[in-house]
Design a protein around this ligand. Structure first.
Ligand SMILES: NC(=O)c1ccc[n+]([C@@H]2O[C@H](COP(=O)([O-])OP(=O)(O)OC[C@H]3O[C@@H](n4cnc5c(N)ncnc54)[C@H](O)[C@@H]3O)[C@@H](O)[C@H]2O)c1
Length: 383
């Protein structure tokens, strides 16, 4: 059967999108295992999301390197085997033909919104898709100041109509996606759909969205460990985190202003999970040589009964794109299901997947898992 759900990547030729595309093609052809695919666990599969084979991939990017070339480079870097990249070469070429040139900060925003909406509508029509889920995996942007135009939808519409360009690019894409009837997944820490004017738009057009910033490594471990200290009544005195990474993401985060988006979203949960403010310095360094690999070193200093001082350290060495890619597919499938059953607004139940979850729900991984399972049971029972 032909795929019925579109998955549209913003940043379609980046490491995460390319790995997710290789993964989707490999899963569909039965060439790899479902390791890392949360949606295929029995507790989540009850939601009855579309299968990976039901997804048709397209997207926007601003670089010209073809998807097969990007896949070869990732295979060279050890993210997956070169045989796998070769086995899905034809599929990658087909996806590549569906990648449109993205918009940039130099484009006028009214025209750029129209172009993105037109590309999305064209993709849906050309392949007779029932729905298209837009997933932002583009380069991280710095945080923005919330101006009156970004706080209120009507003010934003007036500014756009007057030919102004008030939106950061991630939010421009989210705006165009909502206007084209597409739910959005914000996998990056960029502003995207989180600006108040954008959340109002999602409510107004009745679309679901999920975000933000995929929780794939150090923050994932933190959100599993912090509740342990809290529920054992151990007092965490400080939690210092040091990250080193390469790749395109590492290069973008080498800019200290852009890195603020990441350090803010990574730092959000600790106080909430520990029940009190804790000194938690967090540092990110770009080490080109590490390529797609990331090393995080955390040092937790804590206090037990009678004030006894102790510490714990962990080192996480992850391949970021291999950790992120299955989550991207999970999110596209679950958000597609949410749209099918008529959900709208921020999907708090998907907080399990994010460093800075939008909507209701906390940061504690166990609590997030229970909320996700309950939501999946609920939406699995609808229509
Ligand atoms: N890998 C992980 O574990 C992980 C976890 C959480 C969040 N993220 C986020 O995912 C994003 C992607 O990470 P990556 O490693 O794939 O980075 P990457 O640099 O490899 O890919 C980013 C892609 O975005 C494209 N892009 C830039 N500007 C664009 C525009 N205006 N329109 C369309 N495309 C544009 C770039 O050309 C590039 O191909 C980053 O923001 C990162 O912070 C990654």
């Amino acid at each position: 059967m032909a795929p019925k759900t579109g998955l549209w990547f913003i940043g379609a030729r980046g490491s995460v999108a390319t790995t997710a595309t290789v993964g989707a093609l490999a899963l569909t052809a039965g060439l790899t295992r479902r390791t890392g695919c949360v949606t295929d666990l029995a507790e989540i599969a009850v939601a009855r999301p579309p299968g990976v084979a039901d997804l048709l991939i397209g997207g926007h990017d601003v670089v010209g390197d073809s998807l097969p070339k990007r896949a070869e480079a990732l295979a060279d870097g050890g993210v997956f085997g070169i045989e796998l990249a070769r086995a899905v070469h034809d599929g990658l070429t087909q996806v590549d033909a569906r990648i449109r040139h993205g918009v940039t900060a130099d484009d006028g925003q009214r025209d750029a919104i129209e172009q993105v909406s037109r590309d999305l509508a064209g993709f849906r029509a050309a392949h007779a898709l029932d729905q298209v889920i837009v997933v932002d995996v583009a380069t991280t942007e710095p945080p923005v100041e919330i101006t009156p135009e970004l706080s209120d939808l009507d003010a934003l519409e007036r500014a756009l109509a007057a030919g102004e360009s008030p939106l950061p690019l991630s939010s421009l894409y989210a705006y165009a996606a909502f206007r084209a009837g597409c739910p959005v997944v914000a996998f990056t820490p960029s502003p995207g759909p989180r600006l108040p004017a954008l959340t109002q738009l999602a409510e107004r057009v009745g679309l679901p969205w999920a975000g933000s910033d995929g929780k794939t490594g150090e923050t994932l471990v933190k959100s599993a460990l912090a509740p342990m200290f809290a529920t054992r009544a151990l007092r965490v005195r400080s939690w210092a985190s040091y990250n080193m990474l390469g790749g395109g993401d590492g290069r973008a985060l080498a800019d200290p202003v852009t890195a603020t988006s990441k350090t803010q979203s990574k730092g959000k949960g600790l106080t909430e999970m520990l029940g009190e403010p804790v000194d938690g310095p967090l540092h990110i360094d770009y080490v080109e040589d590490l390529g797609e690999w990331k090393t995080a070193w955390d040092m937790v200093s804590f206090e037990g009964f009678l004030g006894t001082r102790m510490s714990m350290q962990f080192t996480w060495q992850g391949c970021d794109s291999a950790l992120a890619a299955p989550l991207v597919l999970d999110l596209a499938r679950l958000v597609a299901r949410a749209q099918q059953v008529g959900e709208s607004g921020p999907l708090g139940a998907l907080g399990f997947f994010f460093k800075d979850p939008a909507g209701d729900g906390g940061h504690d991984l166990g609590g997030q898992w229970r909320a996700l399972v309950e939501w999946c049971q609920q939406i699995g029972g609808d229509r």
